[in-house]
Design a protein around this ligand. Structure first.
Ligand code: BTN
Length: 246
């Protein structure tokens, strides 16, 4: 089901019944353009060293190893661009109502639907882009998840075909990767802002031991979150430093 431009840009698609982590596989065994999928992960990795619950047969666990020559200056935007590709892929599958929570969580109705974890392979020329999407996971299967979450099946009221979703994600992601070095910044910011679930909301940002309370006011051209405070001052926050709550 993949279009020819996507197929040409990819090396191989590896599908496993079980892996510890598709990101780990892609980092250690993948080559440029490899896609790795697993039915389940025994040690799925989340951001900030967290575990990503990865029960069997219900969700999408996907990693793509991608190589840049030369490394684009705006590489730090790649994780936000990936979030955008995932949001667009859901729209291609006639799924609506979701949004992006900075830096790159896919959200629906205040609950997490998916996450993205980028890992660099030694030098920054190669990255592994990991995407986890809650597709047909029902409450019992995700009982151990320690934050509000939902799945596409819970939203749609019926199971969602994972293969269709994976090809939509690969198509959107590969399109954005192929065009990444020529990123149209203004268009990217508009596309992101349209799906930004934090925009115009009061948020709490934890930066080390500091707690910042302010109004989320979009992202700048470096992918940082812009926070406005009551006294009119503004701070730009990097995703490496802060976690944000609505
Ligand atoms: C997050 O914490 O929000 C990021 C979660 C990323 C999970 C995906 S599942 C596929 C890939 N392999 C992993 O081990 N993690 C990512």
């Amino acid at each position: 089901q993949l279009d020819s431009a996507t197929l040409l840009a990819l090396n191989d698609i590896h599908v496993f019944p079980e892996l510890d982590s598709t990101n780990r596989w892609a980092l250690q065994q993948g080559v440029c353009g490899d896609v790795c999928l697993a039915e389940q992960q025994s040690a799925g990795r989340g951001r900030r060293g967290r575990q990503w619950q990865s029960p069997s047969g219900v969700n999408v666990y996907l990693s793509v190893r991608w190589c840049f020559t030369p490394v684009p200056e705006h590489l730090p935007l790649l994780s936000l661009v990936t979030g955008l590709a995932v949001a667009e892929a859901l729209e291609d599958c006639a799924i609506h109502g979701h949004g992006l929570k900075w830096p790159n969580d896919v959200y629906y109705d205040g609950k997490k639907l998916g996450g993205i974890l980028l890992e660099a392979v030694g030098s920054l020329e190669q990255v592994v882009i990991g995407i986890g999407l809650n597709v047909n996971m029902l409450p019992e299967a995700g009982a151990e998840i320690d934050q509000p979450w939902t799945s596409l099946q819970q939203i749609a009221g019926k199971p969602v075909e994972r293969n269709v979703l994976v090809s939509a994600v690969l198509q959107r992601l590969l399109k954005r990767l192929r065009g990444f070095s020529r990123l149209d910044m203004a268009q990217f910011q508009t596309d992101w802002q349209q799906r930004d679930v934090l925009l115009g909301r009061q948020v709490q940002a934890l930066s080390g031991t500091e707690v910042l309370l302010g109004l989320a006011s979009g992202i700048n051209n470096q992918g940082q979150l812009i926070i406005e405070f009551n006294d009119g001052s503004i701070k730009n926050l990097s995703s490496a430093d802060v976690s944000v709550r609505m």
